[in-house]
Design a binder for this molecule. Structure first.
Ligand code: ADP
Ligand code: GLC
Length: 505
């Protein structure tokens, strides 16, 4: 069975700011269930160290250009048997709060150095130079924060295979050119066929150019990022590596997100015993200071308040939405402008719209359980987990038909309704009018309790656990291990060029 080192900047419950944390907290455990020897390497953030159970210093490594050694602290991911190594280097990671942003919402000034350190620690572990007596077959790196790991490994003659997963293409880890020298990275990386991107150093390109295989988190997003609309300027590179790119849909932790066992919600329920869901709605209305009316449809939204999530569309649509017979509950944090606009809207539409500008896991569960509908008007969405949680909680998702949302929500067209396949409402264009029209459509369906129950029950009957997707990763790991090439002779940027030549023929 493959030995896989997950390198990531988040893994729930040690650190999470979004879906990356969910995935890296649950996929390794699912793989372990399939027999994979999955282990995690994560920065030793202040909060991660605090949340971890027993910690044991197992190695000290020297990582250039740092003068002091770095310690690896060993623990297990809480609630699992997955071993975790935390890279303990206080000057880089001993800061409470968000792993990427300071208290003013700006990126930490030394992010390039912090995540280069993570990559270099990954290389040391991958080559068994940390004295851990464990050598992975595969290094599985996630998002730009870990992009340097495949790039640095590609320079090694004897190395594990590398897999890079794109969770969000919009974040590319761009830094000024002089970062290259400051981090002591090879000058050869400064080329548009390597890590240079329009005059900047792009960490994400380390994964895109050098990893043996690339995945992203839904089949539709895998296609979308090869187009200029979703490619953030890197679609050409992805088209060039298309043969190496695969979309594997995220799964969810169906123990943590299970309305029949959820410790955070007012009343537990299931598809068979759906009635108690109503109690969660009443509780949510009370918690958010809305009139506790059982009949008025309640729409929930939980998420990062970012352009990606279509917050601007929602804000523009609000005057029209608030004319309809609905309540809206929002939980989120993010861009200051959006936070303020939402606070203002909550004041303006008091009793109809309630918001909490906060990041709180338990409240997120209560919104999923208490709302009738869940809104995700995303401009792009690599996978999206909240709509999967909503489906599981019988909370009908209203989503824009992009990325993973398109792959997971079956729009309630007359045909889909007739066939009993509908699980939600989706709309195509990113415009306030289409959003309002979709909500209207959902409200019309909600007026017929039998139809609504059926849509909710169909959603609850879907299996979005890791069962399928973890098996797909395992298949990919096996392919990587057995393909052997190009690692024997060592691969570098040239292998990327070589395959381009082949494709051009
Ligand atoms: P993304 O990774 O783009 O933020 P996903 O839908 O994949 O979007 O995952 C978001 C995850 O973060 C979900 O588990 C969601 O519940 C959680 N989340 C986002 N915002 C908040 C918040 N304000 N409070 C609690 N959980 C949140
Ligand atoms: C990203 C994406 C989200 C995805 C998550 C986990 O943050 O925005 O769509 O579900 O990663 O893969």
């Amino acid at each position: 069975m493959p030995k896989v080192l997950f390198v990531t900047s988040e893994a729930h419950p040690l650190m999470k700011t979004g879906g990356l944390g969910d995935v890296c907290g649950s996929l390794p455990a699912a793989l372990k269930g399939l027999g994979v020897d999955a282990r995690l390497l994560l920065p030793g953030y202040h909060d991660a160290i605090r949340r971890a159970g027993k910690l044991r210093a197992v190695a000290q490594i020297t990582i250039p250009p740092l003068a002091q050694p770095v310690t690896l602290l060993e623990t297990v991911l809480p609630g699992t048997r997955v071993p975790v190594w935390l890279v303990d280097f206080p000057p880089a990671y001993d800061r409470p709060g968000n792993p990427y942003l300071n208290g003013y919402g700006h990126p930490w000034h030394d992010n390039a150095a912090r995540f280069a350190l993570l990559a270099r620690a990954a290389v040391a572990v991958a080559l068994d130079k940390a004295g851990l007596d464990w050598r992975p077959d595969i290094v599985h790196a996630h998002d730009w924060q870990t992009g340097l790991a495949p790039a640095l490994l590609a320079r090694e003659p004897e190395r594990p295979a590398t897999l890079f997963t794109i969770h969000n293409f919009a974040y590319q880890g761009l830094f000024p050119r002089d970062t290259l020298a400051a981090l002591g990275l090879p000058e050869a990386f400064w080329s548009h066929e390597a890590l240079e991107f329009h005059g900047d150093l792009a960490f994400i390109k380390g994964g895109l150019v050098y990893a043996d295989r690339i995945t992203t988190v839904s089949p539709t997003y895998a296609r979308e990022i090869q187009t200029p609309e979703f490619g953030h300027g890197l679609d050409g590179l992805l088209r060039h590596r298309a043969e190496k790119l695969l979309g594997i849909l995220n799964g969810i932790d169906d123990n943590a997100w299970n309305p029949a066992r959820d410790p955070h919600i007012a009343a537990r329920y299931s598809a068979k015993n759906f009635r108690p869901k109503q109690k969660n709605k009443t509780a949510l209305q009370k918690e958010f200071g809305l009139p506790a009316d059982a009949r008025i449809p309640l729409i929930g939204l939980v998420g990062r308040l970012a352009h990606q999530k279509g917050v601007d569309l929602l804000l523009e649509a609000l005057p029209r939405l608030m004319k309809l017979s609905v309540q809206l509950v929002l939980l989120g944090t993010g861009e200051a402008g959006y936070e303020k606009a939402i606070r203002d809207a909550a004041a303006q539409y008091r009793g109809r719209l309630a918001a909490r500008i906060d990041y709180d896991e338990a409240t997120a569960h209560r919104v999923e359980a208490g709302a009738d509908m869940f809104l995700m008007p995303s401009r792009f969405e690599p996978c999206g987990l909240n709509q999967l949680y909503s489906l599981r909680y019988g909370t009908v998702p209203i989503v824009r038909r992009v990325g993973g949302l398109a792959d997971t929500v079956v729009n309630a067209t007359p045909e889909a309704l007739k066939a009993g396949r509908a699980t939600g409402v989706s709309f195509a264009e990113a415009r306030p009018e289409t959003l309002v029209a979709a909500v209207r459509r959902a409200l019309a369906l909600h007026r017929d309790p039998k139809v609504w129950r059926r849509i909710a029950a169909t959603g609850m009957g879907q299996d979005f656990s890791w069962r399928h997707s973890a098996a797909e990763y395992l298949k990919l790991y096996d392919e990587l291990i057995h393909s052997g090439s190009p690692r024997a002779g060592g691969s570098d940027g040239r292998s990327a060029k070589g395959s381009r030549g082949k494709r051009a023929r």
